[in-house]
Design a protein around this ligand. Structure first.
Ligand SMILES: Nc1nc2c(c(=O)[nH]1)N[C@@H](CN(C=O)c1ccc(C(=O)N[C@@H](CCC(=O)O)C(=O)O)cc1)CN2
Length: 286
């Protein structure tokens, strides 16, 4: 069997086309949605991701508000950038690019974001809303994973899903999302302390790997025909000595699985598209 590839680029392109139309409708009402970013330091990966977010904004007609701070920025500098975006009426939603440089208090920064402008859905108030099943912005990667699975008709209701990874940006919120009544899946949340990981994954209809351990999910861990979603993204040195991305899922899994969301080209583009969706939805709210 060769798995059907869950094409995140194509699915994200369709999401962006829909958003472009909705942004046009907003323009007719005199509203331009605005996405802000706070980027601190020199990490090349973070710079590339933030640049990508602003390119996406330009593609769909969302206004960009960039706040780039040097690696020497203090906690007070970051707090000030956050306070400025909280107060700016042109900004419908914004993100603080993670990870922040060492020495800055990530939790304090995330908690300072106005929950109403939390485009990442990572503020404790919004994670609490997710727990309670109240409406609110959803974390972008989990939302993107659910959208991608649905786009390819992978059944969620009643599905046994194993999520590997208990982080607050992907694993934990994904478990909450998939167990809502609308999705109705049964979720097992595995992590580095899980004994006999394969006993869980071999039983699963859907395996989501979000730990950042290249090649962790091998073919023998996957039930034939299952859907496997790769979220891990690690930069490794390829055979030719150049940097390449490696996911948590080994390449041979494609011979066993029914569906595979690859790295790159799977969940990453969906994460970016869902960020735009959160901003447009916020701008559409009365
Ligand atoms: N505030 C946030 N910080 C971070 C998040 C986040 O969701 N919010 N997630 C990651 C980084 N990230 C977005 O910020 C992100 C990472 C990777 C991709 C992506 O599209 N990856 C591509 C491959 C890389 C490439 O082609 O350049 C892919 O998978 O196809 C998008 C977003 C940590 N920080």
């Amino acid at each position: 069997m060769t798995a059907t590839v869950l094409d995140g680029k194509a699915t994200a392109a369709a999401v962006k086309e829909d958003l472009r139309q909705r942004v046009k409708a907003l323009a007719a009402r005199g509203i331009t949605p605005g996405l802000g970013t706070v980027l601190v330091g020199d990490d090349p990966g973070s710079h590339a991701y933030v640049a990508g977010k602003h390119r996406d904004c330009a593609e769909v007609g969302i206004a960009s508000l960039r706040r780039d701070l040097p690696a020497t920025a203090t906690q007070a500098d970051v707090d000030a950038a956050v306070a400025e975006l909280n107060a700016d009426p042109a900004c419908h939603g914004y993100i603080v690019q993670l990870p922040l440089p060492r020495g800055l208090d990530t939790q304090r920064v995330l908690e300072a974001i106005d929950p109403d402008k939390d485009a990442d859905g990572l503020h404790p108030v919004n994670l609490g809303r997710l727990v309670l099943g109240y409406p609110g912005p959803l974390p972008c990667t989990p939302r993107g994973i659910v959208h991608l699975l649905r786009a390819y008709g992978v059944p969620l209701a009643g599905a046994r899903v194993v999520v590997i990874g208990r982080g607050t940006t992907v694993g934990r919120p994904l478990g909450l999302l998939l167990t809502r009544r609308d999705e109705n899946a049964t979720v097992t949340l595995c992590h580095t302390g899980t004994r006999d990981l394969s006993a869980h994954t071999r039983d699963a209809d859907i395996v989501v790997a979000a730990v950042g351990v290249p090649g962790l999910v091998t073919a023998d861990l996957v039930r034939p025909g299952a859907a496997v979603v790769d979220v891990g993204i690690t930069r490794v040195v390829g055979a030719d000595g150049r940097g390449v991305y490696s996911g948590d899922v080994a390449p041979e899994v494609r011979e066993v699985a029914g569906f595979v969301a690859p790295v790159p080209g799977g969940v990453g583009p969906m994460t970016r598209a869902m960020l735009l969706a959160n901003v447009v939805e916020r701008a559409e709210r009365p």
